[in-house]
Design a protein around this ligand. Structure first.
Ligand code: NAP
Length: 299
């Protein structure tokens, strides 16, 4: 039995659908399992699991041999803040899995997770990676770059296609890598189906390193729509952090992150080694955006 934690999320749902299509026994977890009806209709078991409540994790892991962790709380607030979800909740999930006799654990980290990263989220991911490596379970760590579905489409493209102004945090000039969720899901399922990657930490990215402004321009070029961008400059973001952090620490984290200099941490990726090991195609931003533009025109 494979347990998918974060099955309602972008990556968790894509992985769950692929596991079910392969008829692999799959248990999907959410804090709201009643919302997982589409996956249950495809044959999944649904279970309630909250990373803040270890008892629910023990129940979710019971009878499971493989765990796929794809939850996060980057924008969480209050009890569900990033420290509680991304660090402590995942340490608890690893402990619950080991105690339940889980043999294999696939963890979704993030590109460039490091103990000295200027943003705490990346440091939490790194701490969880180390805890997993020391757990004794067979592990795989996936380190994807920014998901196109979220960082290109939701945060930039949707505004262009709606004729609205794109609102960027920071200047939007920093090159970063974008990866399609389906490309990450494909590699995750290989690991989950026991097709290698044991003991590996695998960086995963797409073919393109583009700035947020370049992504907006690409949506404009392919849709024929004018592109209007408003950006909050780093100085202003920095000045707003103390106030915003009292209202929403998750949003304050984003402000802090986008107020950093472009060279404070690298968000680019060279897919050459990934493609050499896993020959095939990685979705380019141009084809991803073209598909989104076509979809927006047919609705
Ligand atoms: N998005 C990106 O660009 C990106 C880039 C690199 C790495 N990643 C990593 O990839 C993974 C999946 O990201 P995503 O963008 O697909 O996520 P997402 O769509 O934002 O979904 C996140 C999921 O986390 C779950 N979650 C939040 N708090 C929880 C808690 N206390 N207990 C249990 N579940 C909780 C939510 O599940 P319920 O609400 O159903 O409980 C939600 O479905 C994460 O580990 C993320 O850090 C993402």
């Amino acid at each position: 039995m494979i347990l998918v934690v974060g099955a309602r999320g972008c990556l968790g749902a894509a992985v769950s659908r692929r596991l079910l299509a392969r008829r692999l026994p799959t248990r999907v977890a959410s804090r709201q399992p009643e919302s997982l009806g589409a996956l249950v209709a495809c044959g999944a078991q649904a279970v309630r699991a909250d990373l803040l409540h270890p008892k629910t994790l023990a129940t979710a892991c019971d009878g499971v041999d493989t765990v796929f962790a794809a939850a996060h709380g980057l924008l969480g607030r209050g009890d569900n803040c990033s420290e509680a979800v991304d660090r402590d909740g995942h340490l608890a999930l690893i402990d619950a899995a080991r105690a339940a006799g889980v043999q294999r654990f696939i963890y979704t980290s993030v590109l460039a997770a490091a103990p000295d990263h200027p943003v705490d989220f990346w440091r939490s991911k790194f701490a969880v990676e180390r805890h997993l490596e020391a757990s004794g379970m067979a592990f795989t760590i996936l380190r994807p770059s920014a998901f196109m579905e979220v960082h290109a489409h939701q945060l930039i493209g949707e505004a262009v296609l709606a004729g609205a102004r794109v609102r960027l945090l920071g200047h939007g000039t920093k090159p970063r890598n974008f990866v399609a969720v389906n490309d990450v899901a494909g590699l995750a399922v290989r690991a989950l189906a026991g097709e290698g990657l044991v003991g590996r930490t695998l960086a995963i990215g797409g073919p393109d390193n583009l700035s947020n402004r370049a992504v907006a321009t690409l949506y404009g070029e392919l849709s024929g729509r004018p592109v209007r961008v408003a950006s909050l400059p780093p100085l202003l973001l920095r000045a707003m952090v103390p106030v915003v952090s009292r209202i929403h620490p998750g949003v304050a984290r984003l402000f802090t992150m986008h107020a950093l200099a472009d060279d404070a941490f690298d968000e680019t990726f060279d897919p050459a080694a990934l493609l050499a090991e896993f020959p095939g195609r990685l979705t380019s931003l141009r084809e991803f955006v073209a598909a989104r533009v076509t979809a927006s025109q047919t609705h």
